[in-house]
Design a protein around this ligand. Structure first.
Ligand code: CLF
Ligand code: SF4
Length: 406
């Protein structure tokens, strides 16, 4: 189906919906949606590592406000960013923060195309709001149109506060997916269907799914190979080969436009498809698995080489005072090289505040510059007596580090 004329420009720059755009235009996923309302038998969102790339994985979950700050940083570094999307790590429509984020993005970055990827369970009730909030690209992951087949794909569905399993769960999900797709198409949104190819479960059924969604006015279909993940019901199923997937893509391409360049992105993916740069922008190293602290958001141009401790909980601005910060990010040559955590509950155990300050200072002993949002005269003197430079600032870290520290 031909998309509305008014969306042709957005389509021209969408790296997923338009293969010609995927080498020149970047997308950014905002991981603001941790909750999910169904359980797919191939999904395990507990595993979280910055080295793993697949849907459902993220290195951090952001609030809408943090997501906005992150966009500003990413936009400066990736000027060809054209799409802002919400794709998890759970289901966007099972999280209130999704719509709040979308509205903020629409207001702050009206030039961006907005995209969401959902399981479709709550799509019918959100179509109007998504549309009025500027979302024009919608992906629904739909693994079958026959509940007898899809009941094998889903462990459970939470609907109206009740948990369903088996055929009943599959019927509820399917009814909402079809209704949601229909409403989106009628609204003039561009719809993509993702189908996970699960050998032995839905492989023979996929052509029927494609025919059905084509008849409904869906623009493009994406067949993704199952990634067998540890700890899931489908961990024992072997992933389909690229030949098996290609055979299906070829078979179905006479019916509808097929996506062949999907990279099965993480929920916090950033950059061109195939060149994920999310690791550059995470605020800290949360996985502790040897990935190393991110060299994130910092440009090293014009930076005087020294070891600086910056009080920042957001990782984006200098946002905390010396005595109450939960952490210092340690920078060398403009890059994050370490992180120092401060126990801010210590005063509740009756220790004098001066002990707490001494503790912090000893943790920063090998830093020559300390940058904080605020600091009292006593700790400031203590630091200076140890030869450390104290800078008070509430600037963006990136900006701050772009000029030499005198
Ligand atoms: Fe993200 Fe998905 Fe929007 Fe693209 S990804 S929400 S449509 S902006 Fe793209 Fe990644 Fe494949 Fe998704 S390559 S997994 S299809
Ligand atoms: Fe995981 Fe997405 Fe399925 Fe939810 S809908 S269980 S997040 S794959």
């Amino acid at each position: 189906m031909q998309p509305p004329e008014s969306l042709m420009d957005s389509l021209r720059t969408h790296p997923c919906f338009n293969e010609d755009a995927h080498k020149s235009f970047a997308r950014m996923h905002l991981p603001v949606a941790p909750n999910c309302n169904i359980q797919c038998n191939y999904c395990n969102r507990k595993f979280d590592c910055c080295n793993e790339s697949r849907p459902g994985v993220t290195s951090e979950v952001l609030s809408p406000e943090e997501a906005m700050e992150k966009i500003a940083v990413v936009k400066e570094r990736i000027p060809n960013l054209s799409v802002i999307a919400i794709a998890g790590p759970g289901d966007p429509l099972a999280n209130e923060s999704t719509l709040r984020t979308i509205r903020l993005v629409k207001e702050g970055y009206p030039e961006m195309s907005l995209c969401i990827s959902t399981n479709g369970l709550r799509l019918p009730e959100y179509v109007d709001e998504l549309y009025s909030s500027g979302v024009r690209f919608v992906t629904v992951t739909m693994n079958g149109v026959d509940p007898e087949i899809t009941k094998e794909v889903y462990d459970s569905v939470i609907w109206n506060g009740k948990r369903y399993e088996g055929r009943e769960a599959a019927e509820i999900l399917l009814e909402n997916q079809l209704k949601g797709i229909d409403l989106c198409v009628k609204k003039g949104m561009i719809v993509k269907i993702n189908i996970v190819l699960i050998p032995g479960i839905n492989d023979d059924h996929i052509p029927e799914v494609v025919k059905k969604v084509k008849a409904m006015g869906v623009y493009i279909v994406n067949i993704l190979p199952l990634i067998p993940v540890e700890g899931t019901k489908f961990s024992h199923i072997e992933a389909p080969t690229s030949e098996e997937r290609k055979r299906l893509l070829d078979l179905c391409s006479s019916d509808i436009r097929m996506m062949r360049h999907c990279r099965q992105c993480r929920a916090d993916a950033i950059g061109l498809l195939g060149e994920d740069r999310s690791n550059e922008f995470i605020r800290s190293n949360p996985c502790g698995s040897g990935c190393g602290p991110s060299s994130n958001i910092i440009s090293s141009d014009n930076i005087v080489s020294n070891r600086m401790a910056i009080a920042s909980e957001s990782g984006i601005t200098v946002d905390s005072g010396f005595g109450n910060t939960k952490r210092f990010l340690i920078y060398e040559d403009g890059k994050v090289v370490d992180e120092v955590h401060i126990d801010t509950n210590c005063n509740t155990y009756g220790r004098p505040h001066s002990e707490h300050l001494k503790d912090i200072i000893s943790k920063l002993k090998d830093c020559d510059t300390v940058i904080v949002k605020e600091i009292g005269p006593a700790p400031s003197r203590m630091l200076e007596s140890e030869g450390k430079k104290v800078i008070i600032s509430d600037e963006r870290i990136e900006k701050l580090l772009q000029r030499p520290i005198e």
